[in-house]
Design a protein around this ligand. Structure first.
Ligand code: ADP
Ligand code: MG
Length: 268
C-alpha cells in the first residue's frame, strides 16, 4: 500500500470542503479503503464531524507539524472506520511558527511519509485560505479535489486556486494534479444551479466529476451528532451521493481496495 494523498481545497469558506472530506472518508472506508483524514483547519470542524471532541485532545496536528509530537501519538481512530489527525484552535498559531522552521511547506509531507504504507487514501481538509497550511496540504498531495457550489460567484477565485496549484506543481511538487471539481449543494429546482453546473462542464470537461452532491439537510445535521451522513442517515440522498462519489473517485484512479496500490494511477 502506498497512500494516494488528496487535498480537498477551495479558498472560499462554506463551500462544502469539510462536508466532502468527512463523508468521502467514511464512504472510502465503507468501500474497503484504509483511509486517513487530516484536519488542517484550526476550526476543527472535520474533527468534530468525525466524532472526536476537539476540546479534549491530548495532542493534535499542530505539535505534529512543528515537530513536538509523532504521528503515532496524534492519530486516532473514529467511529466511521477511518483514522484522523485532529485539529483545534492551536493550529491557528502554526501559520506564525512554521514560517521560522526549515522545510516549512513540507512539514505535512514529511509527517505523512512514515504512514504511507498504512493507507490506501489520505484526505486533507484544507482551511478556507491559500495560507501556509494549505500550501502544506498541496505539497503533501498527489491530487486536489475542488468542491464547487453551483451558484453565481462559484467561479470567482477559482483562478487563484488553480494558479496556486500550478505554482506548487512547478516549484515544489511535480506530482500535484487537479483530480476533479465536485459540484456540491446542488439544487435542481434552481435554474441557476443547472446553468452554473453546465458552465463548469463546458469549462472543465471531464475534470468535473459526474457525481453531483445535492443540497440535503441530513448533510447539515450529521456533524452535530459527530457522525458522517453515512452513519446518521444511510438512505438519505446525501449519503447515497457521497457513496457514489467514493466509488467514482476509485474508478477514476483505477483503484480497487483489494488490488495492489502500486497500480494506482492519478489522472493527469
Ligand atoms: P467548508 O468546509 O468549505 O467551509 P462546510 O463543509 O463546512 O464548508 O459546509 C458549510 C455549511 O454548509 C455547513 O453548515 C454544512 O453542514 C452545509 N453543507 C455542506 N454541504 C451541504 C449539502 N450538500 N447540503 C446541505 N448542507 C450542506
Ligand atoms: Mg471547513
Amino acid at each position: 500500500m502506498t497512500a494516494q494523498v488528496f487535498c480537498v481545497a477551495n479558498q472560499k469558506g462554506g463551500v462544502g470542503k469539510t462536508t466532502t472530506s468527512v463523508n468521502l472518508a467514511a464512504a472510502l472506508a465503507q468501500l474497503g479503503c484504509r483511509t486517513l483524514l487530516v484536519d488542517l483547519d484550526p476550526q476543527g470542524n472535520a474533527t468534530m464531524g468525525s466524532g472526536v471532541d476537539k476540546s479534549s485532545l491530548k495532542t493534535s496536528i499542530y505539535p505534529l507539524l512543528v515537530g513536538l509530537s509523532s504521528l503515532a501519538e496524534v492519530r486516532c481512530p473514529t467511529p466511521g472506520g477511518f483514522d484522523l489527525l485532529p485539529a483545534n484552535r492551536e493550529l491557528a498559531g502554526a501559520e506564525v511558527e512554521l514560517v521560522a522552521l526549515d522545510r516549512r511547506e513540507l512539514r505535512l509531507r514529511d509527517a505523512l511519509g512514515s504512514v504511507a504504507d498504512d493507507y490506501h487514501m489520505v484526505l486533507v481538509d484544507c482551511p478556507p485560505s491559500l495560507s501556509l497550511l494549505t500550501l502544506n496540504g498541496l505539497c503533501a498531495a498527489h491530487g486536489v479535489i475542488i468542491p464547487m457550489q453551483c451558484e453565481y460567484f462559484a467561479l470567482e477565485g477559482l483562478s487563484d486556486l488553480v494558479n496556486s496549484i500550478k505554482r506548487v506543481h512547478a516549484g515544489l511538487n511535480r506530482e500535484l494534479r487537479i483530480i476533479g471539481l465536485l459540484r456540491v449543494m446542488f439544487d435542481p429546482r434552481m435554474t441557476l444551479s443547472q446553468q452554473v453546473s453546465d458552465q463548469l462542464v463546458q469549462h472543465f470537461g471531464d475534470k468535473v466529476f459526474s457525481t453531483v452532491i445535492p443540497r440535503n439537510v441530513r448533510l447539515a445535521e450529521a456533524p452535530s451528532y459527530g457522525q458522517s451522513v453515512l452513519a446518521y442517515d444511510p438512505s438519505s440522498r446525501g449519503a447515497q451521493a457521497y457513496r457514489a462519489f467514493g466509488q467514482e473517485l476509485l474508478d477514476r484512479l483505477g483503484v480497487s481496495p483489494g488490488a495492489p496500490m502500486q497500480q494506482a494511477r492519478v489522472l493527469g
